[in-house]
Design a protein around this ligand. Structure first.
Ligand SMILES: [Zn+2]
Length: 158
């Protein structure tokens, strides 16, 4: 429920303009207008709650998951993981075995796509490392290439 007298409800639901970092059905995450530290953000639930005890259990539990994800992204160079979708697999290519697009909205809002520091990042599927990021598609920064870990190992033996 939204409370008409509540500034946080207005911020969360887009009544006031905000510098939005992330938004989904339950939350809006905004950069603080007067940040205490670099990357200081506010996680605003879209349902009104006077304090954390008024949040539904479901919403409260989502806060922590979201906070952890945002914190990971805000570390900048040290982005530890992000969601990708593999769009093409070519087992015979030397360096472009995997073609992928970034699916992570929070990451895209901050970086605009794949950034340099991501080269060499592991590509993980079902908890196994299947490859590493090698290239960015210059004219389409949300897309990139990866090399199979098996291809890398073979090249290393030569
Ligand atoms: Zn409110």
């Amino acid at each position: 429920m939204v409370n008409d007298d509540c500034i946080f409800c207005k911020l969360a639901n887009g009544v006031f303009e905000t510098n939005t970092l992330y938004e989904d059905d339950d939350f809006r995450v905004i950069f603080d207008a007067s940040p205490a530290t670099k990357g200081h953000v506010l996680i605003l639930p879209k349902e009104h709650a006077a304090n954390v005890f008024e949040l539904s259990e479901e919403t409260a539990s989502k806060v922590f998951v979201l906070a952890k994800k945002i914190a990971t992204v805000l570390k900048g160079e040290e982005v530890e993981y992000f969601d990708i979708k593999i769009t093409k697999v070519d087992e015979y290519s030397k360096t472009k075995n995997i073609t992928f697009v970034i699916k992570d909205d929070a990451l895209l809002r901050i970086t605009g796509g794949i950034v340099q520091g991501m080269s060499g990042s592991p590509i993980i599927q079902d908890d196994k490392i299947i490859g590493t990021v090698t290239h960015v598609v210059i004219d389409n920064p949300i897309s990139g290439y990866g090399i199979f870990i098996t291809t890398m190992l073979k090249e290393g033996e030569k």
